[in-house]
Write a protein that binds this ligand. Structure first.
Ligand code: ZN
Length: 251
């Protein structure tokens, strides 16, 4: 039923059967950004996804992976020039990430150095650190990026909007008051959808790219629009970003 929808942030490689999830997204024509947590994971996924039209593998260096795998930054640096999709990258200063704050900053600066040369699709993690993420994006002139699962204060959200960034929202956000508050403040021309599968559940199952269908229906209720309209503008936003990536890309 669904056609031409968008899942901007899904950890396909963390499902028990990644190929089946990728094939299903491809078959249903869901534009999916398959994020990775480490460049070695990206390297492993590349041969599997090279012929996919809708599923795009992203080169990642997750902030919480930096603590033990900072050594992979060299691999990130060597793969970055060929990657149009970047993520998951960013900073995490929540209790879970606090101890590795200094290392994360060092790593994120190196990541931004690698991706500042041209426009890419960059999906960013910013838990407890959105203000710092914005500062670094500014310093390195990397814009626009896509803030995945934004959870920070309204004032910081407004700053991110003013700076031209995009936001991908997921099913978990629609289930909380604070999430719905964030969703309602995002201008439609900056809104994108994501599942963050398998980390987010829809009902009793883990979210797969096909679940953007239900997500869009829920968003339509929150935004008081009809679901077809939500499909339209999220897909248009995705294609608009993609066209700038392709234009500047080294095809
Ligand atoms: Zn994620």
């Amino acid at each position: 039923m669904s056609d031409d929808m968008v899942d901007c942030h899904c950890h396909i490689d963390q499902f028990p059967n990644p190929s089946a999830v990728a094939r299903e997204a491809e078959r249903r024509q869901i534009h999916t950004v398959a994020v990775t947590n480490l460049p070695s994971h990206y390297q492993l996924g590349c041969p599997h996804l090279k012929d996919f039209k809708y599923v795009h593998l992203a080169l990642g260096m997750h902030p919480l992976a930096v603590k033990n795998r900072f050594s992979e930054i060299g691999l990130f640096q060597s793969l970055a020039s060929g990657a149009d999709f970047i993520g998951e990258v960013g900073l995490d200063f929540s209790p879970e990430g606090k101890a590795s704050k200094t290392k994360q900053i060092e790593c994120f600066r190196m990541v931004l150095t690698c991706v500042r040369d041209r426009q890419r699709f960059v999906t960013v993690h910013s838990r407890g650190a959105a203000s710092e993420v914005l500062d670094f994006l500014d310093e390195f002139c990397v814009s626009p990026v896509i803030f995945h699962w934004f959870t920070d204060a309204d004032a910081i959200l407004r700053r991110a909007i003013e700076q031209g960034h995009f936001f991908s929202v997921n099913h978990a956000m629609t289930q909380s008051k604070s999430g719905r508050n964030i969703i309602s403040q995002i201008p439609p021309e900056r809104l994108l959808t994501e599942t963050d599968g398998p980390h987010v559940r829809v009902g009793r199952s883990v979210a797969r790219p096909v679940d953007v269908t239900t997500l869009n229906a829920t968003l339509a209720t929150i935004l008081k629009l009809d679901a077809a309209k939500v499909d339209d503008f999220t897909t248009n936003n995705f294609k608009r970003i993609l066209s700038t990536v392709r234009k500047n890309g080294i095809q």
